[in-house]
Design a protein. Structure first.
Length: 601
């Protein structure tokens, strides 16, 4: 009743506050942009240049939204897939993979290069560099789950997850940080997973970084990272360079909406390209409904055997469901979508959907008037590499900088008055943000309908508060004229002439209140999350995990998980390299088991 109404109102307000700054006219322009110092760089190809080359995945992509029953079957057959019409469209392959992101893209490349016929099922659409506009509103709608407005059911956390070919790798912020050594030790020792103590896993990280072209060189930092670096240096704090899957000179600040230069290397421009070269087929606009399970004689105690996938093409012209029969089936649709898919397929393991970790984030901001500082920091908040610098506060807390377009900025600003909102928006281009990210120990839950419930533990909340206080100190030390948080009461501090005791008194007021459903009316804020992990964690026993150490379901032979949901705990840093490295190791093992099965057959 009351909670549902409040939640609905809260989400609608967020959508409405975003609209004025993200809508564009037929010329992709917005009358508000000039007033807030914002512009979208035109990356479109000059018509005088040679025609655009074909998109990297065109040879393997079947875009089902534009097809009907007849053209679908023809397209699949043209790509070497045996098809059978009937009550359902039946397709035969060696491996079917649901999802094309960090897990699915790697798995597709490894299995296809091993000589197996691979079908990747992706409910999102395919976009290449020339298709990305960098315009916030349309990009959020077509590249993110639920248009980017995806909140936990108890309204503690806004969740951002990719929903396009390439998944999160197509829209993430480029940070390529290897799995920390202490995390590997914990996973191998405490969770009984020897993989993470092997040289094979280290080699997998090397291979993944090589394929993504990872470098820690940055020729020119953007405004927000300059602020973070200057503030840390002024306080004598260490600053780490963050490796990226883009070139040293890459200065695009809109990679969170798909990199329009093509310089950032997601799975859509790397692993999936490798997969397509080896004959893989990618079905877009195709939603997985359930895996097809049969009763099994009980290999290793598994009572079911997976024989494929049932999917629905999101096209009015395709009237029948798609039955994809496969020797191996892999769920790689992420920590939010894999649990509902497994539950709806009939799996019962109690850990499916549990142990969800989100790396909760809390942000602070600092306003830096142009040319008002003794040594000005040049640039605008939305320009340059999104994350190129990082400060570690504690073993569980890091500070980084976000990508924040004008719509998201407007949605986060606490409402005080119309005049105040206009003033804040006019400062958009010179307002730097930084956030504290915590390796959460508390966990959430994903139910069979994909609803999320998550509340940071008290310990996590203390870590976040401490991290947020460090963010504010860094912004003040960097020379901000004013700093503040996104708490609903508009907590902020004007920095001119501020004494140390004034700053400490202000920092003492900083609290972490967990969303409008959990706090007093005048003091609340919503956390953010771009990293979802652990909801189908791997382990040594079905008593404490959803899948085994090879990623295979404890209940169904031939059904694997290969995405961020596998991670035993939160990793504590941007998880792309970890997810891809785990996927690399597991898919190598899957390919080997398929080869062994063929030999025995």
């Amino acid at each position: 009743g009351k909670i549902c109404w409040s939640r609905s109102l809260f989400l609608n307000i967020m959508k409405e506050t975003c609209l004025p700054d993200v809508q564009v006219d037929e010329n992709s322009e917005n009358p508000h942009w000039k007033a807030i110092g914002y512009s979208v760089e035109e990356w479109q190809r000059d018509p005088a240049e040679a025609p655009a080359p074909s998109r990297p995945l065109d040879n393997g992509v079947v875009e089902t939204r534009a097809l009907n029953d007849t053209t679908l079957l023809r397209s699949l057959a043209d790509r070497g897939l045996p098809v059978k019409p009937g009550a359902q469209h039946t397709v035969e392959c060696d491996a079917v993979i649901v999802g094309s992101g960090c897990g699915g893209g790697v798995a597709a490349a490894i299995l296809a290069s091993a000589g197996y016929k691979v079908v990747v099922v992706e409910k999102g659409d395919y976009f290449a560099a020339d298709d990305y506009s960098s315009v916030e509103g349309p990009s959020m709608e077509r590249l993110f789950e639920k248009g980017g407005i995806f909140c936990t059911s108890n309204v503690t956390t806004m969740v951002f997850t990719g929903s396009t070919v390439g998944g999160g790798s197509a829209v993430n912020w480029s940070a390529c940080i290897r799995t920390p050594g202490e995390v590997l030790q914990e996973w191998s020792h405490d969770h009984g997973l020897p993989l993470f103590a092997t040289k094979a896993y280290v080699q997998a990280m090397n291979t993944v970084c090589d394929r993504l072209g990872v470098t820690d060189e940055c020729l020119k930092e953007g405004f927000q990272n300059k602020v973070l670096r200057r503030g840390c240096e002024a306080l004598g704090l260490p600053v780490d360079a963050v490796p990226r899957n883009s070139s040293a000179g890459h200065y695009c600040g809109s990679c969170n909406f798909g990199c329009p230069t093509g310089d950032k290397r997601g799975t859509d421009t790397t692993w999936l390209v490798d997969a397509v070269k080896h004959g893989a087929v990618i079905l877009t606009g195709c939603k997985a409904e359930r895996f097809i399970l049969h009763n099994n004689s009980g290999k290793d105690g598994r009572s079911k055997k997976c024989v494929g996938l049932l999917a629905t093409c999101m096209s009015n012209g395709i009237t029948k469901k798609l039955r994809i029969e496969a020797k191996v089936s892999i769920s790689a649709c992420g920590a939010l979508m894999t649990p509902p898919l497994l539950r709806n397929s009939g799996l019962k393991n109690r850990h499916i959907g549990r142990n969800l970790h989100l790396h909760p984030v809390s942000m602070a901001w600092g306003y830096f008037p142009e040319n008002k500082q003794a040594v000005p920091i040049t640039g605008k908040s939305y320009e340059g590499g999104i994350i190129t610098s990082m400060h570690r506060v504690t073993p569980r807390t890091i500070i980084e900088t976000p990508a924040l377009g004008p719509g998201a900025f407007a949605a986060m600003v606490p409402w005080e008055s119309g005049r105040d909102m206009k003033e804040r928006m006019s400062r958009f281009a010179r307002t730097a943000h930084a956030f504290a990210l915590v390796r959460d120990r508390g966990s959430g839950f994903v139910d069979c309908e994909g609803r999320l419930r998550f509340t940071p533990s008290r310990d996590d909340t203390r870590e976040l508060r401490n991290g947020l206080r460090h963010v504010l100190r860094i912004l003040v030390a960097a020379g901000a004229a004013e700093v503040g948080t996104h708490r609903s009461d508009g907590l902020r501090l004007r920095c001119k002439g501020v004494r140390d005791e004034d700053l400490e008194a202000f920092l003492d007021e900083v609290t972490i209140e967990k969303g409008p459903m959990h706090s007093t009316a005048d003091k609340w804020a919503v956390f953010s999350s771009a990293h979802q992990m652990g909801s189908c964690r791997m382990g040594s026993s079905p008593k404490d995990s959803a899948v085994d150490g090879s990623g295979e379901s404890w209940e169904a032979e031939g059904l694997y998980v290969c995405d961020g949901s596998l991670l035993p705990t939160a990793v504590g840093v941007n998880p792309m390299i970890t997810i891809q490295s785990v996927a690399y190791c597991l898919s190598k093992g899957i390919a080997e088991s398929m080869t062994n099965a063929q030999k025995h057959y």
